[in-house]
Design a protein around this ligand. Structure first.
Ligand code: AMP
Ligand code: MG
Length: 421
């Protein structure tokens, strides 16, 4: 990497020059220093999917709580050599009956049912023949414990199963249910306000008058927020008027854990966000050494995080991905914050860059696990189409020569690699 292009990672504690270009890793560090897990709340388990567990979850009982049949068949005494056995009952799941299996007897049993006392094996029904009220076993030898899940086989009382900070996906929430925890304590979700700025913006359903474009950032950011575990409490458009915009922002800051604006952070006449943040908040940085999205403001008011994203749709989403998504993960109490960073092989040449460039790409894995990256065409920051279908951001370091097909570069995986085409 050309040293003149690479600001040092370790200098931000020195002069507080807000317009200094920060390395993206340093900018992220500063954001994370200001992000703290939110409080807990107790909610019904049925509403807890994709929430983050607030407490370590310990098994309070053995599971299964009784020896359970793993097959439909007959519960028997394994060492019993009788040529046939009298069927003395039917044991279905959920309804224990009062019988004891002894040599010469068997109990018909279904999967998941408790194995009756006396029995120490279940012979699968496929290996038996039923004759009147007797059963004949067509099997060489019956092993003790055969087709029985003993007490505590799946979970042992005292097992530490899920640590606090676990995201409750299908398996995790199922485990919470099987431990009998309902309601469940989770981290509160970050409450986020999203504000688009720019007098050129109209609503998607509105016709376009001259000079107008449709607001896309608000919808992109709302989707990214939902995927990032946040609750969008307010989303709207701010006027290109400093006082009115400041009033809206002040109100949003009072109500939110995170406030995100897009647009109005460059050098134009109506780019008021910078000035407003200077007045309302403590600004931590304004510019990041990256492409797209160099002008990116980060400020705080108390624990409220405020991100002033640039207006270009790709810049806004890249800024969200690099700085806001990890911050939301910390606020949400998540243990895992980062996306995987992997090495990928470029499928084609890509032009040189003078800043760390986050190129949108489709990464495919071949059968050997080699990851091949194809970029999504023209990487202009206005071209939202360049983010459509992308599952990775390539991290292209600055240098003077083009990158060649076959070169290996770093990539942030946003979604799993696709299969080879
Ligand atoms: P700005 O950062 O305000 O200078 O805006 C940079 C570019 O992004 C301009 O071309 C804006 O029209 C465009 N832009 C700003 N906000 C939005 C938005 N919410 N949706 C789509 N494009 C936007
Ligand atoms: Mg603008």
């Amino acid at each position: 990497m050309n040293p003149s292009h690479s600001p040092s990672l370790a200098t931000h504690t020195q002069a507080r020059d807000l317009d200094r270009l920060l390395h993206p890793d340093e900018a992220k560090q500063i954001v994370l220093q200001h992000a703290h897990p939110l409080a807990h709340e107790t909610i019904p388990l049925a509403e807890a999917a994709w929430r983050v567990l607030a407490d370590d979850l310990i098994a309070t009982d053995d599971h299964p709580p009784f020896p359970a049949a793993t097959m439909d068949g007959y519960a028997v005494v394994a060492s019993d050599a009788s040529p046939w056995r009298e069927v003395i009952g039917v044991q279905t799941a959920g309804h224990p009956i009062d019988v004891e299996v002894t040599p010469g007897t068997a109990v018909r049993i279904t999967t998941g049912a408790p194995v009756p006392p006396g029995a120490d094996a279940v012979v699968r029904v496929e290996n038996t023949e039923s004759v009147d009220d007797h059963v004949i076993i067509h099997q060489e030898a019956v092993q003790p414990g055969e087709n029985i899940r003993p007490i505590g086989f799946d979970l042992r009382r005292g097992d530490r199963l899920l640590p606090a900070g676990t995201l409750l996906g299908p398996a995790e929430i199922g485990l919470v249910a099987s431990l009998g925890v309902d309601p469940v304590r989770v981290f509160r979700r970050p409450r986020v306000s999203v504000l688009s700025t720019g007098d050129e913006l109209v609503e998607p359903a509105q016709p376009l008058a001259p000079g107008k474009i449709r607001d896309s950032n608000r919808f992109s950011l709302m989707a990214a927020l939902t995927a990032g575990g946040a609750e969008v409490i307010w989303a709207g458009k701010g006027p290109d008027d400093q006082d009115a915009l400041a009033a809206v922002l002040r109100e949003r800051i009072a109500d939110s854990d995170v406030v995100i604006t897009s647009g109005g952070v460059s050098m134009g006449e109506t780019d008021y966000i910078k000035a407003i943040l200077d007045e309302l908040a403590t600004v931590h940085f304004r510019r990041v050494f990256m492409k797209p999205g160099k002008p990116l403001n980060f400020a705080t008011v108390g624990d409220v995080l405020i991100f002033g994203l640039p207006g270009n749709p790709v810049s806004a989403l890249v800024g969200f991905e690099l700085f806001i998504r990890p911050a939301l993960a910390v606020l949400s109490g998540r243990r895992e914050i980062d996306r995987p960073r992997v090495t990928v092989t470029l499928a084609h040449e890509t032009p040189p860059t003078d800043r760390i460039e986050y190129q949108r790409a489709v990464v495919r894995a071949d059968s050997e696990g080699r990851l091949i990256a194809t970029t999504t065409g023209n990487q202009a920051s206005s071209r939202l189409v360049s983010f459509v279908g992308a599952n990775a951001l390539l991290v292209i370091p600055p240098r003077d020569e083009a990158y060649q097909a076959g070169e290996r570069v770093e990539a942030i995986l946003l979604d799993p690699p696709l299969p080879a085409s």
